[in-house]
Design a protein around this ligand. Structure first.
Ligand code: NAD
Length: 239
């Protein structure tokens, strides 16, 4: 039986590419989502991957969901912490809600899943946790103090947790995507997006599959001595 992977925010965008790549490679996959039920049903019909709705930033809800998933499918071997949001504004216009929502959904969610799987992974001597960070967590971005802090936090969380899992076969890594062509980036105004693409040495936005391929490597046995690393997947845009 293939290893069991949970992909948070796994029904669309980068998460969808990760879920379907894992399934194609023989992993068993469960996708979490937080939004549209019709879209999630279509995703399951198209991919054969079960989709389970809960708010990943809520520890108790995540605990209940992970218990139900494990009861049905067995222990979780792989967690891809992909769910994320933006709520952009310069700081002088950023409300406490905008700050808290982004930190909760992007960063606290990584604590929630990792905290709930770490004991089982350490006991079984195998685990893979891949956290999706961001170029904007490495370099910062105007209007994204909340988002940059959450993603920078993910990169630090990754390094710290890697040290706790390394001797027990649990690797923890991050990927820092550059700008990727998904709904998140399509909401950027066209003139701003043109300027962004002009700064990407590869001359194009990333594709969700570019990120999924890096995830596939990190979860594979080929990567079992790689932990605490952040892999930048950004077409050469090292800001
Ligand atoms: P997206 O908006 O298409 O997908 C985000 C996913 O997160 C959705 O499936 C959504 O349902 C889920 N989600 C949001 N809030 C949730 C919650 N409370 N509980 C459960 N699920 C929730 O975005 P995307 O571009 O595919 O982004 C995926 C990840 O990649 C995010 O973490 C994002 O920050 C990161 N990222 C994206 C880019 C980019 O350019 N698109 C660049 C760097 C990093």
């Amino acid at each position: 039986m293939g290893r069991l992977a949970l992909v948070t925010g796994g029904t669309r965008g980068i998460g969808r590419a990760i879920s379907t790549s894992l399934k194609s490679a023989g992993y068993r996959v469960v996708a979490n989502y937080g939004g549209n039920d019709d879209a999630a049903r279509t995703f399951t019909a198209e991919t054969g991957i079960p989709a389970v709705k809960w708010d990943i930033s809520d520890f108790a809800a995540t605990d209940a969901a992970l218990k139900a998933i494990s009861a049905e499918h067995g222990p979780i071997d792989i967690v891809i912490n992909n769910a994320g949001i933006t709520r952009d504004a310069p700081l002088h216009k950023m409300s406490p809600e905008m700050w808290n929502d982004v930190i909760r959904i992007n960063l606290t969610s990584c604590f929630n899943t990792a905290r709930l799987v770490i004991d089982s992974m350490r006991e079984r001597g195998f685990g893979r946790i891949v956290n999706i960070g961001s170029i904007n967590g490495q370099a910062g971005q105007y209007g994204q103090a909340n988002y940059a802090a959450s993603k920078s936090g993910i990169h630090g969380f990754t390094k710290a947790l890697a040290q706790e899992g390394a001797a027990r076969g649990v690797t923890v890594n991050a990927i820092a995507p550059g700008y990727v062509d998904t709904d998140m980036v399509r909401s950027v105004p066209a003139p701003v997006l043109e300027k962004i693409v002009a700064r990407i040495p590869a001359g194009r936005l990333g594709r969700a599959e570019d990120i999924a391929r890096a995830v596939m490597f990190l979860v594979s046995d080929d990567a079992d001595f790689i932990t605490g690393s952040t892999i930048s997947v950004n077409g050469g845009q090292h800001m």
